[in-house]
Ligand binder design. Sequence first.
Ligand code: BGC
Length: 926
Amino acid sequence: MSGGRRTSVHRAILLGFLCAFSSSSVAAQVRLADLRTQYRVNPIGIDVTAPRMGWKLLSPRRGVVQSAYEIRVAQRPAELAKKPLWDSGRIASDASIHVAYAGPALRSGQRYYWQARVWDGQGKASAWSEPAYWEMGLLAPSDWTARWITPDLPEDSTVSNPSPMLRSEFTVNGEVASARAYVTALGLYQMELNGRPVGDELFRPGWTEYDRRLQYQTYDVTDLLRQGRNAVGVTLGDGWYRGRLAWENNRNTWGKHLALLEQIVIRYADGRRQVVGTGPDWKASTGAIRSSDIYDGELYDARLEKTGWSRPGYADADWNGVRVVDLPMDVLIAQDGPTVRRIREMKPVRIFRAPNGDTLVDMGQNMVGWVRLKVRGPRGTTVVLHHAEVLDSAGNAYFANLRTAKATDEYVLKGGGEEVFEPHFTFHGFRYVKVVGYPGELTPDDVTGIVVHSDMPQTGRFETSDSMLDRLQQNIVWGQRGNFLDVPTDTPARDERLGWTGDAQAFSATAAFNYQVIGFFTKWLGDLSADQKANGAVTDVIPDVLARHQAEGSSSSGWGDVATIVPWNLYLAYGDARLLARQYPSMRKYVEYERAQAGDDHVWSGGRHYGDWLAFATTSADYPGATTDKDLIATAFFAHSTDLLSRAAEVLGRTDDARAYRQLFEETKAAFDREFVTPNGRLASNTQTAYALALEFDLLPDGLRAEAGQRLADDVDAFGHLTTGFLGTPNLNPALTHTGHLDEAYRLLLRKEYPSWLYPITRGATTMWERWDGIKPDGSFQDVGMNSFNHYAYGAIGDWMYRTVAGIELDPAEPAYKHVVIRPRPGGGLTWVRASVNSLYGEVASAWERDGGRFELRVSVPPNTHATVWLPDARLDGVTEGGHAVATAAGVTSAVQKGDAVEVEVGSGDYDFSYPAPALADPGAP
Ligand code: BGC
């Protein structure tokens, strides 16, 4: 703790130093930083007509608030002060996130600069921020003069075909002031201009419900153009659009033909404007990519590369032509959320020979992406890379759980020097790579793992005194990396990789701690609404691959509820009421679907439900496993979605709806109690999941909560372990905590034997597993039909770890950490925990440590927010902050004894609380 004391001493000195300045000193002034538009730094090509801006306040002082702001917007930085297009004027408001532009209509392709200043709590103005900008995309279909083209190549629609290459040339004459490329495709695309790549994004244009929403991307290509002849080349891939997807040999989900729409808009210094784009004059051919499929991998024959094809002057006389096709333009939308990128590189931890003779590379981490391979050898040599998640008990690579996914990249050498291969339109979930046919000796230098996922800012950090818990946190984060690849998928490895809704709702709260997922989910929820059936049913996977030809649909309870749960979790973490309003019709439609399914008595009986998927099962003759009645689950989720809908209605000022759905919630709760709860608080299904749902969804009469909590704790004690599946797991530890059974919750968290969160780690897991026993205690594998080693649903415990172990809580009344609640609940023998979340306002942190008989809690509260800090097992007169009695410390607005805890209200700043806490002093193993 001495390090902590030292920092607090430093802080005290710093504070004294700052106070020595007069109040008008520059050092004490608030500064603005990290300006964002639509959550992004200087985005180009957006189509939001009233973009929202946000900033962070920086100040060394405590208790900093914003009392007013002013924003101005102009077309050029120099015009901001003198000739703004829009000046908000001084607005008395504490809003520093989600501030919407309200000036004159924004024009296609135009860039807008903005800056802001704020007034603090004393009415003191900050300086104007540095300018930031956003740039509009193409807002109307008529802004596109390019035509959709499709390559005129012979193809067989029952297999993966060679990737089409499309090229064209154009002339630039004059000094270019700026140039933009607007691009999209049916299928995937990679673009080059004059031999250089355009953008570093992967899997463009992303995966959406293509029939209704197709994203285009915008690139600044000013520096890629040159005087005279220019050439553009685009390679297309099958991707999700027409590649193999879902079961059997399903292909061509959205269509059989790939297509490209690309338009470059050049603005010359002399004011001229030139537009060149796809049209009938383009040429088409194929090259080295012989096939590339998401599940199966890529076959790349380097002998067939077409050197120089995206440079001017390339001889394309023998290329095929293209066909201009009429495709709907009104489905085009600008990219708004993050794109997929190469995020990090991994080096192998070892290369070894397996017992069966295979050469295996161990990346040391179950990762998603591919391998970049360096190789030298004779022309025509073929190297095969076969990807696997785990080794079997004999130590050989295990492929069976990938089901029919071939997960194989094949590279044919052109010969004559070092060659470097990376696949283009596929990804693999793997830790091991079986390498066949490598010429010469394979060394770690030849292999690099390329980790790809949606490029979201990492916001969360969670560390403790227990290294296995840290590994669990890392496994959760790796599970998120591996499965947040443009859409939230169930698994990245086998022949599935679909946007399963149940998994996503279970994991969404945890996801929002670890990464900034608002953009990622905003896009996906747009597809959810687009896919929602006429009767309100939400499809099992989004984008909908499985039920797309059905007009009406059915939802599995706990899966379809993603429609209410994810928007609400996003609202809590980011306070984005606009998104909530956009999703509101979909949320309501889903609740109305549930109401119709349940009928007049509000008990949802029957239906097609996955239930508490993959709950604990046993071969014990007298206990078949933790089976929770599906009707109970369905009625519980119906009530819960109704509750969330009513809350959303309240936030949005829809008071009639808020009242009506509150009433429906109460009626459904009463129906639940009539149907599934005995007068003594026993549930019809005496399972952990049943109690956890009833408690966390607030479905029990107040008088029975303690009783139900006790029954839940008794069940945990009787088994000594959890028995929950996908639906119960996120609610289990919260339910125990909220009913006073923290010890049981910690015992579950820290248990190492099957079934538990830590058991897979004892078997070497580096990601979350789909099943509690993917590898069984005897070393054998679970059912090959469903045994992924990278599935995030059970990672939902991460939410509880942040909220309860570290104590970083959200307040629905002031979301996005506008009101931070820090309420750590130490336990489980942990001696220290450090966690933080980089919120939209800034860093929220909670770090506690118990040392001998003292408890220390260090907290960071961002400017323009305030916090309630709960000090567990504390006596008010024993608590100090920065060495002073807590009540007198700067920034502390109140400190009161509340039972065994002290509750402290603080403004922004860093705080260091310390007090004697004998009750917490003895960690004692759980
Ligand atoms: C997926 C799941 C999904 C489930 C539906 C599986 O195949 O991998 O994670 O939620 O199907 O029951």
